[in-house]
Ligand binder design. Sequence first.
Ligand SMILES: Cc1cc2nc3c(=O)[nH]c(=O)nc-3n(C[C@H](O)[C@H](O)[C@H](O)COP(=O)(O)O)c2cc1C
Length: 169
Amino acid sequence: MKGAVFYCSKYGSTKQYADWIAGATGLPIFDVKNERTDPAMYDFLIIGSPIIYFKVLIRKWIRKHLVHFEDKPIVFFSVSGAPAGERLNGWIENSLPKRFVSRMYHVALRGRQIRKKLTFFDKVMLMIGSMFNKDPEARKQERKGFDFMDKEAIDPVVKRVHQFQSQAD
Ligand SMILES: Cc1cc2nc3c(=O)[nH]c(=O)nc-3n(C[C@H](O)[C@H](O)[C@H](O)COP(=O)(O)O)c2cc1C
């Protein structure tokens, strides 16, 4: 079976994970913001997106190509500050079509936020958000940033891809 990695990234950490996955699997890789993409050409899809302001950043691209996802295996990897859990699942369910969510295999990866690299707007918004955040750990992350990048965390994605690749065309 033929597959590809499609992703978008605001500050580069999702791109880094997508590059690692492509490197470990040999799959072609496409940034959906910069390139013409045709997911219809592939038998299975790996789709990666950061969570930005409680939403899946790649949601519009997913809605646009929904018809091509109907009968294909999909691995969706999210990249976020929050760990895997109910909060993250809630943001994903609110961003993406129900049927897509129910069919996809989700792998939650944790990203990176370097304060000095943020736009002025994002810095201010995250500072304001932190004032209302009741979770002390999340509040600290919003104010100071974090780096949870972990190459080994892609293993469940790579394993799935190897399963797909070992299936006959
Ligand atoms: C403006 C902004 C908003 C964010 N909002 C959330 C959020 O709602 N929930 C969360 O878990 N992480 C949030 N994050 C953390 C990002 O998901 C994390 O930094 C991720 O690695 C960014 O991916 P990228 O480097 O590919 O853009 C936010 C980060 C930024 C800069």
